[in-house]
Design a protein around this ligand. Sequence first.
Ligand SMILES: Cc1cc2nc3c(=O)[nH]c(=O)nc-3n(C[C@H](O)[C@H](O)[C@H](O)COP(=O)(O)O)c2cc1C
Length: 245
Amino acid sequence: MPDYKKGLAFTYVQGTKYSRDRAPRDHLGAIPSPGRFKTYPEAELLRLSQPDLSEPADLWQCLARRRSERDTTKKPLSGEELSKIMWAAQGITARAGMYLLRTAPSAGALYPFETYLYVDKVEGLPQGIYHFNVAEFALARIKEGDFNQAITAAGLGQPVVRKAAVVLIWTAMMLRCMEKYRERAVRYIPMDLGHVCQNVQLAATALGLGSCPIGAFYDDEMNELIGVDGEEETVLYMVTVGKLS
Ligand SMILES: Cc1cc2nc3c(=O)[nH]c(=O)nc-3n(C[C@H](O)[C@H](O)[C@H](O)COP(=O)(O)O)c2cc1C
């Protein structure tokens, strides 16, 4: 038997297959959902300006030019640039009953993740860690201050993280997805976030900004930095954004 068949990845993929003759095994019992959105009611809420979506951008050119750029500068992003990036990530584009549909698809329209930001250099926005409130299109300030060293250290010391003006940090909200999809949820959450990250990279390209997806970091150091437990909610993916010159 090849060694990979003894590992977690093999066991997981085989154990979460759907097939016509076998219902998914489920030994989990009831899983309560933590709700559709996380909010920080005690935190100061800073509304983002509604982005101007009338400016044209050529999709084919953006697809052709999208690249992971690691050499961004510390020039500040404008508020409009940040609004467009956040809108591309998780802007609400339609309502269907209780569902708030977004710019990116999500299994069951559950959007089982939360978006945090480390803002290093954005005009008019103090440095700090923020949580993105989807429904209000606003940022809740969690911690003010310069966390450039801390986020770079948690990001395996990668210079791309140190050089970013903004880092978007996505957590997986495990139970929001597992309530419906049980163990198979762990397949869907990274798929959802892949769509979101591509939206951010295309928006960054359209704006002439640099961006780079980040999957390598010390998980619990990143969890601690943004103040999540690393169990029901854990950092899964990030993307850096900054000016190219
Ligand atoms: C899931 C994922 C994780 C990644 N993690 C990192 C990372 O931690 N650091 C980094 O510099 N690039 C990272 N990248 C960027 C890839 O190295 C990059 O996409 C790849 O080299 C192809 O280049 P391109 O995006 O410019 O086409 C990641 C990309 C993906 C999709």
